[in-house]
Design a protein around this ligand. Structure first.
Ligand code: HPA
Length: 250
């Protein structure tokens, strides 16, 4: 049976219309609430990253517990949503970027499962699953999608300064968010495929007058139903067999 984990970011706290059962998964990093649902032959494990009432800020999410919980349930692919600001004038709010690279500017997070025992260096050449990106790109959506892009990940919870945004743009960043690291890294360490739906809610600092969390939640609210439908269509479109190298590169 195909088993897929879905991690909902800001504004995505459930998948409407998908009846689900809440379970608690015990991991060595803590307990995690997961909502189990079924889409055709696929078992789906939904996990709201920031908690149901958006009570956990990006730098305090228990990323290791979340990924371990999904791995323990047998999921070998993850679809995550990440609210992001755009660093690139060509990428407008309302676009979903299927990012294929990251630049890690986080500072304080526990970013590995490998702290003792064997020294492990996981290949991170292509952190985001190329097959999942292809499949997602080919699912029709009412909103524009962009295939590929560089996600800058900051520590947060503050937004960036205008100078930081300028520098990130010069380094090749396309969008900036606060949650893809360490999620994608831990997924790769666990041998799981990971896809980020980077939902552009605003132009980043300095590219528009100011950035507010209200604005982020506003656009997430507007796109919410369309994103949820997209996730369900994407789960249906995902082939049973994998044709990527993600598990072998762990
Ligand atoms: N910066 C960082 N994270 C974000 C932004 C932003 O502009 N918008 C939504 N998440």
């Amino acid at each position: 049976m195909v088993k897929i984990g879905v991690i909902g970011g800001s504004g995505i706290y459930k998948i409407e219309g998908l009846p689900s059962t809440e379970i608690s998964v015990n991991t060595e990093y803590g307990d995690v609430s997961v909502f189990v649902a079924q889409v055709d032959q696929t078992e789906v494990y939904f996990l709201p990253r920031h908690g149901l009432g958006h009570s956990v800020p990006p730098h305090l999410v228990n990323y290791r517990a979340n990924i371990r919980a999904l791995q323990g349930l047998g999921a070998d692919r993850i679809i995550a949503t990440n609210a992001v600001g755009s660093l690139n004038p060509d990428i407008k709010p309302g676009t979903v970027v299927l990012v294929d690279q990251f630049l890690d500017f986080t500072k304080l997070r526990k970013s590995t499962f490998f702290e003792e025992g064997n020294v492990v260096h996981t290949d991170m050449t292509y952190p985001y699953c190329p097959e999942m990106i292809d499949v997602a790109y080919n699912v029709p959506t009412p909103f524009p999608k962009r295939k590929g892009g560089v996600m800058v990940v900051t520590e947060g919870p503050r937004f960036e300064s205008a100078a930081e945004v300028k520098a990130y743009g010069m380094l090749g960043g396309d969008v900036v968010g606060m949650t893809s690291i360490p999620e994608v890294v831990l997924s790769r360490e666990a041998g799981m495929c990971y896809l980020s739906l980077a939902i552009v809610s605003n132009f980043a600092a300095g590219l528009q007058t100011e950035v507010s969390h209200h604005e982020v939640l506003d656009i997430m609210d507007k796109l919410n139903n369309q994103i949820q439908t997209f996730i369900v269509d994407l789960i249906k479109a995902m082939p049973e067999e994998k044709h990527c190298n993600c598990p072998r590169r762990a």
